[in-house]
Design a protein around this ligand. Structure first.
Ligand code: ATP
Length: 361
């Protein structure tokens, strides 16, 4: 899983200001050897600028960038992109339209590149297509040429900027898996930028969530999804329902029932629960009513509204024809809920957990 061979890339207190925008603001990140790290955040939060600073296409206004033991940007230090041993795959892949696959990959390899070109083309499963021009390739194949070109010089790290955004939805899932496989096979450390949470969760060994030019939380996808540090991270990584509740003598009173919270001071808290962590049962005495059902084949999303107008989204596997609009239901927890403080929206973890949900029932 996460690398054990030391830090390959490090940003320390990096800031990057443009005339009227602060793209990076005290940005700190460490990437461990062999890891595939996803940088996830909303549009405009500074993801591309972070990659460009790492690659050397942007100079930081403050802070330092290190590749292994070498400082490549900082006060009185500047190593140009070609001296950093960092490979870059651009969002539009930036293939040379007048060069065939072979020459696109060989570009940038100084001497005797033949063996290496053959090797990386085999790695990305493009052997046999050496003489094709970029316009004669599918989107997925073009993507792999861009990856092969970045891998060819044997960089320490590969940076990929929204690498799948040019692919349609069906192709994207397959190409994602292929790219992950190639990077793992090549044992290369990589950072990719995305605003697609599904992409980040499914592909990355390590997930770094950022907003407003800063890293907010770093962890495995399971850790970040399962224990988001703040309310906004919970909303950014996965689907989330938010409700308010009151801690009263070690229990949180919520519309979903009681959640034990021993040791927590009395007062209001916010509760976050994932749609797959809630269930509904038809119940003529129920306190909620189904107001929408979205059927996706493999699962369905049901919206249940309480009398006070609060709505909870529930994701259920398998067909449930009994759950129609207008049906009265009881909504209850079947997996961990998360509690956040109301003032600063920080997590009250570990005051959540399935064992506690079970204990309360
Ligand atoms: P997206 O997901 O939409 O690509 P992003 O997270 O990659 O966004 P950046 O492209 O890094 O965000 O931009 C961060 C901020 O810096 C934005 O407010 C953007 O307008 C600003 N910015 C980026 N590049 C420049 C530039 N060359 N000149 C001025 N402002 C810039």
């Amino acid at each position: 899983m996460t690398g054990a061979g030391g830090t390959v890339l490090r940003c320390e207190g990096v800031s990057r200001r443009f005339d009227d925008a602060v793209a990076l603001d005290g940005f700190n990140l460490q990437v461990q050897e062999g890891d595939l790290l996803a940088l996830l955040g909303p549009s405009g939060c500074g993801k591309t600028t972070a990659l460009r600073v790492m690659a050397g296409f942007e100079r930081p206004s403050a802070g330092e960038v290190w590749v292994g033991e070498r400082r490549v940007a900082g006060p009185n230090t500047w190593v140009a992109p070609e001296g950093r041993r960092i490979g870059m795959v651009f969002q539009d892949w930036a293939l040379f339209p007048h060069l065939d696959v072979w020459h696109n990959v060989a570009f940038g390899l100084a001497d005797g590149p033949d063996e290496r070109v053959r090797e990386v083309l085999e790695m990305v499963h493009l052997t046999g297509l050496e003489r094709r021009m970029p316009h004669e390739l599918s989107g997925g194949q073009q993507q792999r040429v861009a990856l092969a070109r970045a891998l060819a010089p044997g960089p320490e790290v590969i940076l990929l900027d929204e690498p799948f955004s040019n692919l349609d939805a069906t192709l994207r899932a397959r190409v994602r898996a292929e790219v992950r496989e190639v990077l793992k096979e090549a044992k290369v450390t990589a950072v990719f930028v995305t605003h697609d949470q599904e992409e980040a969760l499914s592909m990355a060994d390590v997930l770094a969530v950022m907003d407003n030019g800063k890293i907010l939380q770093v962890g495995t996808p399971h850790e970040v999804y399962g224990a988001p540090a703040t309310r906004s991270i919970a909303a950014m990584v996965g689907e989330a329902n938010f409700l308010t509740g009151t801690v009263d003598s070690g229990k949180v009173v919520t519309q979903l029932g009681l959640i034990p919270a021993p040791g927590l001071a009395d007062g209001p808290v916010e509760i976050m629960v994932r749609p797959e962590s809630v269930t509904v049962a038809k119940d003529s005495e129920g306190t909620a009513t189904i107001v929408a059902v979205e059927f996706y084949g493999h699962d369905q999303l049901v919206r249940a509204e309480f009398e006070d107008g609060n709505v909870v989204e529930v994701r259920l596997l398998g067909p449930r024809p009994d759950l129609h609009i207008g049906a009265p239901v009881t909504v209850s927890l079947c997996a961990p809920a998360h509690l956040f403080r109301l003032d600063d929206h920080k997590s009250l973890f570990p005051f959540c957990g399935l064992d506690r949900v079970k204990a309360s029932s």
